[in-house]
Ligand binder design. Structure first.
Ligand SMILES: Nc1ncnc2c1ncn2[C@@H]1O[C@H](COP(=O)(O)OP(=O)(O)OP(=O)(O)O)[C@@H](O)[C@H]1O
Length: 334
């Protein structure tokens, strides 16, 4: 499978904020190989990844479990040292300039909180203010904006351990933004949240990006996050970059299909129309799959001309399926 790489990734950008060149991370692991034997093996978590992200972009960084997403983010923050290759964030080397870089980045790990468990939110934020030496005016303005947009007002005096997952996540996102970072890494920021909390978090992130020009690298298993936030998406698998481009292109690579859901006046045998195939029949309703890149209009016209069509809707492909197809193709290849 040939993998298209977006123009954004190849063309020279004037203000590159995130830069990776041939980055690798190999973990040494000891595995039990018998009652008394331990085998030393190596896990190549990130295997030669190169990409750049210009200032102000929101990029989705997606892939299946164990693909190497979190390892990449940990290297971009300076938590982990790469085994090979070169990383620059805002021109800084995350390993050597970790402290200087910390002032310019924000990180949210959805699975873990960076807040102080026993302290009320307000006190956690006060500690963040001191750690980053945020001046009073900036702190007051940023806190007020986060409190308003993330609806944190009623939660400020509540100890973090008493917050629900969605409340805690909103609290964490605010903590990561109080010092006005240029780059925000979000590792599963909507994991476990209900629909309303997810919407609120996404709206907030969109706004932060638009108003402050914050560059965002987002990993998620929730592809609605990607659809709603990112024009550019990178897919990684087995530590390698498999795709870098827009969502539409991802559909093309995955050979994905849209579905025309047609309600007929009565039950019919599966309809036969050129350019589509009937994938399901349930009473008078039928599901017709057609290539995602094709226009639905000629298909709708043909169905309406030959069958007693009463109602219809078009369903977009689930991106999970598109990615699964990509991986399927890759697995077949190896
Ligand atoms: N500290 C570690 N020691 C050994 N192996 C590790 C370590 N951290 C990660 N790995 C391995 O590296 C690979 C990539 O893991 P990573 O956590 O980066 O994946 P991921 O894409 O974030 O997965 P998920 O979606 O499940 O969070 C996995 O095989 C994992 O087991």
């Amino acid at each position: 499978m040939t993998v298209p790489v977006s123009e954004a990734a190849t063309e020279a950008v004037t203000d590159t904020v995130i830069e990776l060149d041939g980055v690798e991370k190999v973990f040494d692991v000891r595995r039990k190989a018998g009652p008394l034997r331990r085998l030393r093996t190596q896990v190549r978590a990130v295997d030669g990844i190169s990409f750049t992200v210009p200032r102000g972009e929101i990029v989705g960084y997606i892939g299946p479990n164990g693909a190497g997403k979190s390892t990449t983010i940990k290297m971009l923050t300076g938590i982990l040292n790469p085994s090979g290759g070169r990383i620059r964030i805002c021109g800084l080397d995350p390993t050597r300039d970790r402290t200087r870089l910390a002032r310019r980045i924000g990180v949210v790990f959805g699975q873990r909180t960076t807040l102080w468990w026993d302290l009320p939110l307000r006190d956690s934020y006060e500690l963040v203010r001191r750690m980053y030496r945020i001046d009073d005016a900036r702190y007051a303005a940023n806190l007020a904006a986060c409190v308003e947009l993330l609806d944190l007002g009623p939660l400020l005096e509540v100890p973090v351990r008493q917050l629900s997952l969605g409340q805690r996540m909103r609290g964490d996102i605010a903590a990561a933004l109080l010092h006005d970072p240029e780059v925000l890494y979000l590792d599963e920021p909507t994991i476990g949240l209900d629909v309303i909390s997810k919407t609120r978090v996404r709206d907030f992130l969109r706004r932060v990006n638009a108003e402050r020009g914050t560059t965002v690298l987002l990993t998620t298993h929730d592809l609605t996050d990607i659809e709603q936030l990112c024009r550019r998406v990178m897919v990684i698998d087995h530590g390698r970059l498999m795709y870098d481009g827009d969502l539409g292109g991802l559909h093309a690579v995955g050979d994905s299909e849209r579905t025309l859901v047609a309600d007929f006046a009565r039950e019919l045998p599966p309809v036969e129309i050129e350019g589509a195939r009937c994938v399901k029949v349930d009473g008078p309703r039928q599901w017709l799959a057609f290539p995602a890149q094709a226009s639905a209009a000629p298909l709708v016209a043909a169905v309406a001309a030959h069958y007693p069509l009463v109602d219809l809707s078009v369903r977009e492909p689930a991106i999970e399926d598109v990615i699964a197809r990509m991986y399927g193709e890759d697995a077949d290849r190896t």
